[in-house]
Write a new protein. Structure first.
Length: 392
């Protein structure tokens, strides 16, 4: 058998691919499995945006290679969106780069910023792809715990001084996956100060900026003087339900954008121009707050149904998840039991080693599907001991 690269030892199967495979196997055997694990928005994109895609795809010029940094119209639309939402001024020529969604760019940027052995700081709990830098490129991953009390914010006091000194990239994600937490500008000022002290690039994943139920999301770029240390990632996947289109943007320091763009231009050929035209239409005329209201109603349904089953959780103020502490502190075991009972959930350990005591439920499913899955989960819960309760 041909020899695989050594890095494959570190690169574990992607958790949601594994869950999907197991669900497919069970369904092939005739089992009914409710999927509350993956976050795949079911709410339709705007008809106006879909029409813009169709119109752009009908133009012969749309099928040529796109500019590597992205179409000028979409880069200008991103800059205008930042000005409207955050009063942040971006140069669309030098401080915006259009990407194939956010996941790929969040991994690729480490090629421009991190040498083997450098430290990459990742949140625990946090989106699993942040850990890919260590597995693929020889970086050393160091967890930054998110403290449940009061708001799942990074606890830098638990970071060893040597790790802080060697940190080259620090991933943050607010609104947060999986907890739904929202960060305050005061917290962001502390993050920027840390990065300035240690010459660390702060990578802010802003995937859920338009899905906030209480208050608003903030951009790290709102903090005065932050831009030289910041790359921020924007995606159309969640707020606009365009997850299958694979379109996103990196914004921030012109120097950092230029470096990451050099990697991006060498490994891909950009986003289909028709998709870029439609993405610009979405930023200008789509209304994610309509979807946010639907997700908020689903959040309230989940929290209420869980409470009826004796499961108390913090009420997430944003994003599309409920982060649920489990009895006995073993989310992996509960996820396995739940899957056998016909409901798939994401085990907490997928989001970090200190998060094993949780499961994540996704709100990106119709009410009837959520209710059916929650009934099955409640039955599983009833077989476990009384769950731990977290205050909000």
């Amino acid at each position: 058998m041909p020899r695989l690269a050594d890095r494959m030892v570190q690169l574990t199967p992607y958790v949601f691919q594994s869950i999907g495979w197991e669900m497919a196997q069970r369904r092939a055997r005739g089992e009914d499995v409710v999927d509350l694990g993956i976050s795949d928005p079911d709410l339709a994109p705007s008809p106006r945006v879909v029409a813009a895609l169709a119109a752009a795809a009908a133009r012969a010029t749309s099928h040529r290679y796109p500019p590597y940094r992205g179409a000028s119209g979409l880069r200008q639309a991103v800059a205008a969106w930042y000005r409207r939402h955050f009063d942040v001024v971006l140069d669309p020529e030098r401080e915006v780069w259009i990407t194939l969604g956010s996941k790929e760019a969040l991994v690729h940027l480490t090629l421009a910023l991190v040498n083997p052995g450098d430290v990459v700081l990742v949140p625990d709990p946090g989106y699993p792809s942040y850990r890919m830098a260590g597995a693929l490129f020889g970086a050393r991953t160091v967890d930054v715990p998110l403290s449940p009390a009061p708001h799942f914010l990074p606890d830098l006091s638990r970071l060893a001084p040597g790790d802080a000194a060697q940190a080259r990239v620090w991933y943050v994600n607010y609104p947060n996956n999986p907890t739904g937490a929202v960060a305050t500008p005061a917290a962001m000022r502390d993050w920027v100060a840390f990065c300035q002290r240690h010459d660390t690039v702060l990578v802010s994943d802003l995937a859920y900026a338009e899905l906030v139920y209480d208050g608003r999301a903030a951009s790290v770029l709102e903090i005065p003087g932050a831009k030289p240390w910041v790359l921020e990632s924007l995606t159309w996947s969640k707020g606009h339900s365009l997850q299958g289109w694979r379109v996103g943007a990196l914004v921030g320091s012109a120097e950092l954008i230029q470096a990451v763009g050099r990697v991006e231009a060498n490994v891909n050929a950009g986003v289909f121009l028709a998709i870029q035209d439609a993405a610009a239409e979405a930023l200008a005329h789509d209304h994610p707050e309509t979807r946010a209201r639907r997700y908020r109603a689903r959040r309230d349904l989940v929290v209420s149904r869980l409470a009826d089953a004796g499961i108390a959780i913090p009420v997430p103020p944003a994003a599309v998840y409920c982060w649920v502490p489990v009895p006995g502190g073993d989310g992996d075991a509960l996820a396995r039991t739940a899957l056998a009972a016909g409901v798939a959930v994401a085990p907490g350990s997928a989001f970090g080693p200190a998060s094993r005591g949780y499961i994540r439920l996704s709100l990106t499913h119709p009410d009837a599907v959520l209710a059916r899955g929650l009934d099955r989960l409640a039955a599983v819960w009833a077989d476990a001991r009384e769950p731990a309760t977290l205050s909000t």
